[in-house]
Design a protein around this ligand. Structure first.
Ligand code: ISE
Length: 338
């Protein structure tokens, strides 16, 4: 496998699926998307034609086919489980967009199927772990050169969100990124979750409480606050400040030129996540391709996907009942211990 091309099948050809097809086929090395499938069969066929791929009418048939070495799942969230399970059954590496599945119980079924199958095959698309800035931050925290981390202050601000985005999605669709990346950054499990509602912005839809603040604590007592403000109307802005005993560590902003015009000094900033995290996506997929060819999974595992959903469920309960929820995880199977 090492020198040959990894043949990838993509199931789910919506916007994110198509960016993954373009990325793998035009920017990265060592793999090619050769086939695709979509529940909306005619749409899938159109996408296949546009990118010069073979279309399958069924995702399951595509995954089982000899034409595919590895699978990317980019369908709607409720369909992730079905296709990830099919890939495990076929013994193929599978990259599944976040979340692994909307319910923690479905993530648990995936974990159990993978453990029973005896080989780690699943990677979850938590791309922030690949952002060069978060990687620098992790190195700095891990070195303990600045003392123990005590508090983390984060912001997750979107200029706007689609009109089906509602109150639960702030945790389940947006802050799920912080839930994963902070656990990885601090190398610790969470203990409690709480969600507060500040005054609602006039820009939010009726079904959306915006902004929200999620408060997490870790087992060692680190205190984390994450502001999700998804209808700012002006910018995409991601912040992460780690207060350690001896220094404050800040997530670097992507570098852009400084512009002086009309008696104003400023910098262009990203207007959404697809440009802000483009390097993270490229690095994530290149490392996934390389690992598949080496015969292993190095990125966020099915277990990380399960932990993310258990934490999100606790934060959702905390939000709905306006209480502090203790977070309980199952014991990590030996299989995932590195
Ligand atoms: C979106 O689904 C993403 O995954 C983006 O990374 C995130 O910033 C945004 O808030 C979500 O809606």
């Amino acid at each position: 496998m090492e020198s040959s091309i990894l043949r990838v099948g993509v199931v789910g050809t919506g916007a994110i699926g198509r960016t993954h097809i373009e990325r793998i086929n035009n920017k990265l090395s060592g793999a090619k998307v050769v086939v695709c499938a979509d529940k909306h069969v005619e749409f899938g066929k159109k996408v296949a034609q546009q990118y010069g791929l073979k279309a399958y009418e069924s995702g399951a048939a595509m995954i089982a086919s000899d034409e595919v070495d590895a699978v990317v799942v980019a369908t709607l969230d409720p369909d992730h489980e079905e296709y990830v399970m099919a890939a495990i059954k076929a013994g193929k590496y599978v990259f599944c967009e976040k979340p692994l599945a909307p319910e923690a119980s479905a993530c648990k079924r995936i974990v159990e199927a993978e453990v029973t199958g005896g080989k780690q095959l699943v990677q979850v698309g938590f791309m922030r772990r690949y952002d060069p800035g978060y990687r620098q931050l992790k190195e700095a925290v891990k070195s303990r050169r600045y003392g123990e981390p005590l508090m983390v202050h984060c912001a997750h601000r979107n200029p706007s969100v689609p009109d089906d985005y509602d109150t639960p999605m702030a945790v389940e669709n947006s802050m799920i990124h912080e839930i994963d990346v902070l656990r990885w950054l601090l190398d610790e499990e969470y203990a409690t979750a709480e969600v507060k509602f500040p005054r609602k912005t006039r820009k939010a839809y009726e079904n959306l409480r915006d902004p929200q603040i999620m408060i997490l604590t870790t087992k060692s007592g680190i205190y984390i606050d994450v502001e999700a403000f998804v209808c700012t109307g002006h910018s995409y802005d991601i912040k992460c400040e780690v207060c350690c005993e001896d220094a404050i560590l800040n997530l670097p902003k992507p570098a852009t030129i400084e512009i002086l015009e009309n008696a104003h000094r400023g910098n262009d900033i990203d207007s959404d996540w697809s440009t802000r995290f483009v390097d993270a996506y490229n690095i994530e997929f290149q490392e996934w391709i390389d690992a598949c060819k080496e015969g292993c999974v190095k990125g966020p595992s099915a277990w990380d996907g399960y932990i993310g959903q258990v934490t999100a469920a606790a934060a959702s309960k905390a939000r709905d009942e306006q209480i502090i929820v203790n977070i309980e995880y199952d014991e990590m199977p030996q299989f995932y211990k590195k």
